[in-house]
Design a protein around this ligand. Structure first.
Ligand code: SF4
Length: 362
């Protein structure tokens, strides 16, 4: 069961449109057409009304796909429906933005529509790296998007960064990190590139061209230390924030707090964990979005330990039994975990091998 004490709800809206598929990406998205976007927004609103139970919504997250392919009017319509179907108390409203899809004017209009946090898909600030990632934007466009967002009124801006990409060296990463640190942003999400099966990158045998696992681990540790020096504290494996700007929505996932996912390929965790099949046409056609059960009783003690240890604050030691605590001691001695008072947490080096450690502890 999700955290019983938490009566609030987070809403995730999966926007399944992209201008073009990036060769490394396996998220669900389809080709973008105005007709489909209108029908999709209608279906999102219909589902919000059907799920609406007046519950307090304190985070809303537009993810994708490319949510910035929806117009400000689309976003306004969806947010208007949320406010009618639920209660809202100063929610954090995040929208993922692709720099290739926005202008000064649209950013200002998203702000007026109620969005108050942006997650901008910068990925890198070197042109050749962006090309190799198949991104449609240039480094200058990424910088312009951040400044235009700031001018539009956004104070809470996150940038996405990719680590372990083709040709990335410590020097090249340093250049991108210095560029990011000079921007008026509050948050960085940094992901290690993983070659996903079925993507064009997998077909091109990109694994052989990207940094080795050890080199990527060094790049990750370089990034953690650089960002911390600049005041972005690591609060999760892949997330860094200035004080008070941690993503409230994403913290829900790691603390087993309830969230409702709307849209094809969206996941939810309420009394059960379920997902919507990745099929836009069915989502548009059906009155109520179809769902598939993933877990009838989510947020077991083991799951809470696994999710809680993703956070830099770690978990209370009392969540572990005697046998598990003995195992943890070994990783503390090896510098991969650390106890702080009555809590246990991973070190940055431990985060890199957290899956293997968790498999041994649990
Ligand atoms: S824009 Fe984002 S969601 Fe769309 S294909 Fe590229 S990485 Fe994937």
């Amino acid at each position: 069961m999700t955290s019983a004490a938490d009566k609030t709800l987070g809403i995730y809206i999966h926007v399944p449109f992209c201008m073009r598929k990036c060769p490394y990406c396996d998220f669900y998205s389809c080709e973008n057409s105005l007709h489909k976007r209108d029908a999709y927004v209608q279906a999102v609103c219909r589902n919000l009304e059907l799920y609406g139970d007046g519950r307090d919504v304190d985070t809303i997250y537009f993810g994708g796909g490319t949510p910035s392919l929806l117009s400000p009017e689309h976003i306004e319509k969806i947010l208007g429906t949320v406010s009618k179907a639920f209660t809202q108390r100063a929610p954090e409203i995040t929208m993922e933005v692709n720099p290739a899809t926005v202008t000064r004017e649209t950013l200002a209009a998203y702000w007026r529509a109620g969005v108050n946090r942006l997650s901008i898909g910068v990925q890198d600030l070197l042109e050749d790296a962006l090309k190799a990632l198949g991104r449609l934007h240039t480094a200058q466009q990424a910088l312009d998007t951040v400044y235009a967002a700031r001018e539009a009124g956004f104070e809470n801006i996150s940038c996405d960064l990719m680590i372990g990409t083709k040709g990335q060296t410590p020097e090249r990463l340093d250049e991108t990190l210095k560029g990011l640190a000079a921007l008026p942003i509050t948050h960085v999400s940094a992901y290690l590139l993983k070659i996903e099966e079925g993507t064009p990158y997998a077909g091109q045998n990109m694994q052989a061209e990207i940094p080795t696992e050890d080199a990527a681990a060094d790049l990750y540790l370089q990034m953690v230390s650089f960002l911390e020096t600049c005041g972005f504290m690591q609060y999760e494996v892949s997330n860094f924030a200035r004080m008070g700007f941690e993503s409230r929505h994403n913290i829900r996932y790691w603390k087993c707090r309830p969230y409702l996912g709307i849209g094809p390929a969206a996941h939810s965790c309420l009394d059960t964990r379920f997902y919507v099949p990745a099929d836009l046409d069915t989502f548009i056609k059906e009155v109520h979005q179809p769902t598939c059960l993933e877990d009838a009783s989510p947020c077991t003690p083991e799951e809470k330990i696994m999710l809680g240890l993703r956070l830099a604050e770690g978990i209370p030691l009392c969540w572990l039994d005697t046998r598990q605590r003995k195992r943890v001691e070994r990783f503390c001695k090896g510098g991969l975990m650390r106890t702080e008072g009555e809590r246990i947490r991973f070190t940055p080096e431990g985060f890199l091998v957290s899956n293997a450690i968790l498999a041994e502890i649990l």
